[in-house]
Design a binder for this molecule. Structure first.
Ligand SMILES: [Zn+2]
Length: 230
């Protein structure tokens, strides 16, 4: 959970350390609370500590999400993100879970509600801020094979194992970083969807557009996407 997001520009937005620390504190307080006898004074005290820790996580996360989405909207005209089924993924709990282009390594015991709301809230903020600023947010369906497709020549790998961070395209020999390659593909799909929207055509296969604003001239750098954590 080191990276919150990877952009097609190569930029990686790290999860803030203080937020991770607070999330771990919360998990620790929850474990302690679970060990206290129900109805006891100690249990009540522990419950209050959990609530306070939970508040701290929530505030820290909101603050981080607001800063991040504000900056992304300020710096980019078109933002393409992958539609991630966050709830479905975190529900499968232990070990490494994968949805195209996104990895969640969830420690058992790390608060699930915290993980659940992260990406949905990120997307919500991104969409309303983009609409307000006249920017475009395009949401690309998550079964789009963003990780397995070569962003250079569009060769499609049959498999790409979960742990593979770097790979070389067998067709054009381009070496790819997994996340940046996926981000580049998502941006390309987002551009197509945005163009189709402008022409007033039906939505493209596998891609749909969100938000109310029309794309403006690409004077600013465009960016794709955004794999969220926490
Ligand atoms: Zn290739």
């Amino acid at each position: 959970m080191k990276d919150f997001a990877t952009l097609s520009t190569g930029e990686k937005i790290a999860n803030p350390r203080h937020l991770q620390r607070k999330a771990h504190n919360l998990a620790r307080y929850q474990r302690r609370m679970a060990r206290k006898t129900k109805g006891s004074n100690n249990r009540r005290k522990a419950t209050r500590k959990v609530a306070a820790a939970h508040r701290k996580v929530r505030h820290a996360r909101q603050d981080f999400l607001h800063r991040t989405t504000a900056r992304l909207v300020r710096e980019h005209d078109l933002i393409a993100i992958e539609d991630l089924n966050v709830r479905g993924m975190t529900a499968s709990a232990k070990g490494t879970v994968q949805s195209p282009g996104r990895r969640v390594r969830q420690k058992a015991g790390l608060n699930r509600a915290v993980l659940d709301t992260g990406f949905g809230e990120f997307r919500r903020q991104l969409e309303y801020k983009a609409a307000r600023a006249g920017r475009t947010v395009v949401v690309v369906d998550r079964w789009f094979a963003s990780s397995k497709t070569c962003s250079k020549c569009h060769h499609l790998l049959t498999t790409l194992s979960l742990g593979t961070r770097w790979w070389t395209c067998p067709s054009c020999r381009t070496r790819h970083g997994r996340d940046v390659n996926a981000a580049t593909n998502i941006l390309a799909a987002g551009r197509v969807a945005a163009r189709e929207q402008v022409r007033g055509e039906a939505c493209g296969a596998g891609v749909r557009r969100q938000g109310t604003s029309l794309p403006r001239s690409a004077t600013k750098q465009e960016t794709g996407p955004v794999r969220a954590e926490l």
